[in-house]
Write a protein that binds this ligand. Structure first.
Ligand code: GAL
Length: 635
């Protein structure tokens, strides 16, 4: 089990380093990420490297028994680079050049940035490939976190090349994007531009490909660094830090290119549901590479500094959230950052070692957790019986503005995950089109963009005995965001026992509801389908008689289609029915929803994620969990 954090020794005189190593040992630290923002220190000018200080630091850490996750340091270009090559700077959709003075000020497709980044990475790789302290490599940092898309001329050129590879010729692109609408026809790839600011809505097919390109081009940049490290002789695992359900990068694609998934999570201690958001991110990270541990690369030891108001973590809360990650498959708990900065934008961000030093509560909690984790081996939990589909391409397609109603895909997926989490059901995430065999229940909220592979996997799943839950706005468009010939619902009509023939927005003042299961009202919110029943059975209908929940037996399985979106209580009604049909059971029954329960490789971990004591009764025992207490029940 790894324990440690980002270590930025370039911010401190060397005399402090000995103290750092001594205190790291006291805190049970065994891994630190070094040099993430140290480009200016490592390379004072083009072609000139200053690695002596890093040699001394790595030797010192190694002598202290502390391993290093060595950064490639490409996340913040130095002043000389911008002075000499100003067009490395990224550009926003309105044409504003994002200047230096903070960080991440580079266009991912800029040839000069890529060339200079490769030189730095190669120099580091050659020097430290065999250094005994280096346990892994940390490429760049949180790719695209500040610059979610770059609209520069470099990006425009790279986009055209990407499109030419995808479509071969411009006729195929015109067809795929439906450019007969609004005179958008292109005579050649050179006519295509990034979706920069425009009078009104851009062609959504273009925007969808732009998002694919943006994720692919940044991934390409990651691969360039990774391959440069390998070419320089590095044999250690290589990773870059993901950010949970981060909209701009398709982490299903990215996960295949890293040796281990690592994740940065900053839930807001003020949000009583923060632990469920953190669980969502943890399960997503685990699911990206099933059966392999992942690393919590960053979390805050206590408060952050970047929200308008930054609340403390309650005593025990940091440990409870860390234990949650371990239970969900993390093999390391790391923080931003080791020693609190004296200056700069992050000087108020908590650190493992705050300015108040070893007398602080933060320090004491860090040392205690480090000690506890030292005794622990990492292991992946089983994947569970329930899969929730989470698909980036679908997310991108749904972020367009001109829909029957705005659909917040991430919030919708989270709403279903949340309900399952609160009833202590173990969940994995899948990508549309994955093999679903072995799951009992699959939930596919708002799967608007449904490819043929995606539809085939859902059909196969239900046909062979699975239970599928779908919502409104499923199976609407193809991979280019076009309707299929004949309209919507063309692929799943047989499975669902009917098809949507239209979609309408619903606002709270419309006051729509249906009579749901067991006569309970079922809220109809955001959107409702005009759903044409074939051989499905309506389990709930609106006052006007429109079906809003449709059950259908298909093959040896069952589908439940919710022809609208609904609220928490509606989701619970559907889940009661779906889990009963699928025979899905909670990890532990009868728990308070604020107690988190995870089936681990060794038994069950229970975590009281609230500020109140909570009593727990299992078939074998009854006990009380104090606030944020963690209890491991060994099977
Ligand atoms: C992360 C970033 C770190 C640090 C941290 C502060 O997004 O990777 O370098 O800035 O946020 O919360």
């Amino acid at each position: 089990m790894y324990f440690g954090g980002d270590y930025n020794p370039e911010q401190w005189p060397e005399e402090v380093w000995d103290d750092d190593v001594r205190l790291m040992r006291e805190a049970h630290v065994n891994l630190v990420s070094v040099g993430i923002f140290a480009w200016a220190r490592l390379q004072p000018d083009e072609g000139e490297f200053d690695l002596g200080w890093l040699d001394r630091l790595l030797d010192k850490l190694h002598a202290g028994g502390i391993a290093v996750d060595l950064a490639t340091a490409t996340a913040s270009p130095p002043a000389w680079l911008v002075r000499r090559y100003p067009d490395v700077l990224p550009v926003t959709e309105t044409g504003t050049v994002l200047g230096p003075g903070s960080r991440q000020h580079y266009a991912p497709t800029s040839p000069d940035y890529r060339r200079l980044a490769a030189e730095l990475v190669t120099a580091l790789g050659r020097r430290y490939a065999d250094h005994p302290a280096v346990a892994m490599w940390h490429v760049n940092n949180e790719y695209a976190c500040h610059v979610r898309a770059d609209f520069s001329e470099h990006a425009a050129r790279a986009f055209r090349t990407w499109l030419a590879d995808r479509y071969g010729d411009i006729d195929a692109l015109n067809e795929a994007w439906g450019t007969a609408v609004w005179s958008l026809h292109y005579d050649g790839f050179d006519d295509v531009r990034p979706p920069r600011a425009s009078p009104t809505t851009q062609n959504p097919s273009l925007v969808l490909d732009w998002r694919r390109f943006t994720s692919d081009s940044v991934l390409e940049l990651y691969r360039m660094e990774r391959d440069a490290l390998r070419a320089a002789g590095a044999t250690q695992p290589i990773t870059t830090n993901f950010m949970g359900a981060f909209p701009a990068m398709n982490y299903w694609d990215w996960a295949a290119e890293v040796d281990l998934v690592s994740h940065d999570g900053y839930p807001d201690p003020r949000d009583p549901e923060a632990f469920r958001h953190a669980a969502f991110a943890a399960d997503l990270m685990r699911s990206l590479r099933p059966g392999r541990p992942w690393l919590l690369m960053e979390q805050a030891p206590n408060a952050v500094q970047w929200r308008p108001s930054n609340a403390a973590k309650a005593p025990g809360q940091m440990a409870a959230w860390s234990e949650q990650a371990v239970a969900r498959g993390a093999d390391g708990i790391l923080y931003f950052q080791w020693r609190q900065s004296r200056s700069g934008a992050e000087k108020f961000h908590s650190a493992m070692l705050p300015h108040s030093g070893t007398r602080s509560r933060t320090w004491k909690e860090i040392v205690e957790l480090g000690g506890a984790l030292e005794q622990r081996d990492a292991a992946c939990p089983p994947r569970g019986d329930v899969a929730v589909v989470f698909d980036w391409e679908n997310w991108w397609a749904l972020t367009q503005v001109d829909l029957p109603a705005d659909v917040d895909y991430q919030a919708e997926v989270f709403a279903w995950y949340r309900a399952l989490h609160a009833r202590h059901v173990q969940v994995s995430f899948v990508r549309a089109g994955d093999d679903l065999s072995g799951y009992r229940l699959v939930i596919a909220p708002a799967l608007y963009l449904l490819t043929e592979d995606g539809a085939a996997s859902l059909e196969q799943f239900v046909g062979s005995g699975g239970t599928l839950v779908t919502t409104a706005f499923t199976d609407v468009v193809d991979e280019n965001d076009r309707f299929r010939p004949g309209g919507y619902g063309r692929q799943l009509a047989d499975v669902l026992g009917g098809e949507p023939v239209d979609f309408f927005g619903v606002l709270p003042e419309d006051g729509r509801s249906a009579r749901g299961l067991d006569g309970e009202p079922l809220a109809v919110i955001t959107m409702v389908e005009d759903f044409e029943l074939h051989d499905g059975e309506a389990l709930a209908r609106t006052g006007e008689g429109e079906p809003v929940l449709v059950r259908h037996h298909y093959g040896s399985g069952t589908s439940l289609h919710l022809a609208c979106f609904t609220d928490r209580s509606g989701i619970d009604q559907v889940l009661d029915r779906a889990t009963a049909t699928a025979g899905v059971r909670p990890v532990v029954g009868g728990l308070d929803p604020t107690v988190e329960a995870v089936t681990t490789a060794r038994g069950v971990t229970l975590i009281n994620q609230s500020r109140r004591p909570t009593s727990v009764t299992t078939p074998d025992a009854a006990f009380e969990l104090s606030p944020y207490e963690v209890r491991h029940l060994i099977a």
